[in-house]
Design a protein around this ligand. Structure first.
Ligand code: ATP
Length: 449
């Protein structure tokens, strides 16, 4: 028998380690190095070739000449996993490299794909959405498309770090449920050992329940919507960044929290994801404050400002949201805007009405570049107030005994919000379609890969 210690061995074949050593001036011209990676691109010239290697972070161009390395370069397939050995060529002007190149002396193919790739993965501009999503095993390796998913990972990390620093506790809500928070519409049904069940449409019930346990809670979980419409901002499965906090005084506590959160996430991305933002040509502004305006007020404002009568007095049309984004960008130089006090008729039964004017709610949306990325608000904490509102909406509280268990157990004044990860990434990177912000998007027609 032996013991496994968990001690980490230095990875001397990590290109990032070599880059660090070069930057620290520990590797001079002519130093011998070895590193592993994928063959991204081979450009064969008359007397020499360029071999571009991709690791988890960067592209790195190497110089190949048959005089220095005995290898049939024409046989080297793109996406082969290789180990490159060579010598450092200092002060290289190559734009993609971090200041130096490597002149190859040995190529070891660790694993080669069985056939040439169906298309070059560095030519993303040529791809239709069908090609892009049908071939995720390949297309996610493209530096632009993987940068999007890396930014998404950065948003998740930033969100979690921020929440933990603010004293929130993470928990995992279930994905298979008996019924829905919004009453069961737009849910995918599943067969659960012969009983009808659904894929969750929101972790609402669970995060409210957990306020009674930890006061400040958050979760990152898949959310399923069986909505049949196809728009550029809806997918049928998305990652929900959800939080709920108890003992708050009002809506402004939530707005301040989200302003701090967005500011934190943007700063974090600017500092730690600068390469990916540069790859995508995106600059993120510093967020110090976010304007807020009431729903009814902004409706009138946009109508007057753009001479555009609205049809729906209880909600925004997508065009109106765009104009709101435009207005706050032009007048207040803000990409974000909070819209508060949505009509009660348009918000779920658990939303707290504004005591000053019960036709409206203590709720909000956050818009980024003219698209909603967050919905939130104060919730009803009192058992009788909740059952009264249910009855007023024609709902029978007896059908909500499971939901109302937390009210019977006792809840503090509380509120929270839900942010769609892909929506946020789509808007902050200004992508045309939310599907581009998902590694494996699900829409009405797409169930694979
Ligand atoms: P919308 O009005 O845009 O359809 P919603 O009001 O149904 O969204 P909520 O149910 O309040 O949205 O969900 C909270 C957040 O989840 C939204 O602000 C958005 O970021 C995200 N979201 C909601 N539906 C989808 C969807 N189908 N695809 C991707 N993200 C979504």
């Amino acid at each position: 028998m032996e013991f496994v210690s968990g001690k980490k061995a230095a990875d001397t074949c990590d290109l990032e380690h070599i880059v660090e050593e070069y930057r620290a001036k520990k590797l001079a011209n002519g130093a011998k190095v070895s590193f592993t990676g994928f063959v991204y691109n081979v450009r064969i010239k008359k007397n020499f070739s360029f071999v571009v290697i991709r690791n988890h972070k960067r592209l790195f161009q190497c110089f190949f000449s048959p005089e220095n390395c005995r290898f049939n370069i024409e046989s080297l397939r793109e996406e082969s996993a290789v180990k490159i050995t060579g010598t450092v060529v200092a002060d290289s002007p190559c734009k993609i490299n971090p200041g130096f190149e490597v002149s190859i002396t040995k190529i070891e193919v660790l694993s080669a794909p069985p056939a040439a790739q169906p298309f070059p993965i560095y030519k993303a501009a040529d791809w239709s959405d069908e090609v892009l999503f049908d071939n995720r095993a390949l297309t996610l390796r493209n530096t632009r498309h993987r940068a999007i998913i890396k930014i998404s990972s950065g948003v998740l990390t930033g969100f979690r770090d921020f929440m933990i620093a603010e004293g929130f506790t993470e928990f995992v809500p279930p994905s298979i449920v008996e019924g829905g928070a919004e009453g069961g519409a737009d849910m995918f049904s599943v067969d659960y050992f012969g009983k009808p069940a659904f894929l969750t449409q929101s972790p609402q019930q669970y995060k409210q329940l957990m306020v009674g346990v930890f006061t400040k809670v958050f979760c990152v979980s898949p959310v399923f919507r069986a909505e049949k419409h196809s728009t550029s901002r809806h997918i049928n499965e998305f990652a929900g960044l959800d939080l709920e906090m108890g003992f708050i005084k009002g809506l402004d506590d939530l707005l301040r929290l989200e302003t701090r959160m967005m500011s934190y996430i943007f700063n974090f991305l600017r500092a730690d994801y600068a390469d990916e933002l540069a790859e995508l040509g995106v600059e993120l502004a510093e967020i110090k404050q976010i304007p807020k305006i009431k729903f009814a007020e902004v409706k009138q404002l946009i109508k007057a400002e753009y001479n555009r009568p609205y049809r729906d007095e209880h909600d925004f049309e997508p065009e109106e949201e765009k104009l709101i984004g435009k207005y706050f960008k032009e007048k207040h130089n803000s990409d974000f805007v909070f819209i508060t006090h949505y009509p009660s008729a348009k918000r779920p039964f658990y939303t707290l009405d504004d005591p000053q004017n019960p036709e409206y709610t203590l709720s909000f949306d956050l818009l980024l570049n003219g698209t909603e990325i967050t919905t939130g608000g104060m919730r009803i904490h009192d058992y009788h107030a909740q059952t009264d509102k249910m009855r007023a909406r024609g709902l029978n509280p007896d059908h909500f005994t499971d939901y109302l268990a937390m009210h019977r157990a006792g809840l503090p004044p509380h509120g929270g919000m839900g942010i769609g990860l892909e929506r946020l990434v789509m808007r902050l990177l200004r992508l045309d379609n939310i599907k581009h912000a998902a590694a494996f998007p699900r829409d009405r027609d797409r169930l694979k890969p």
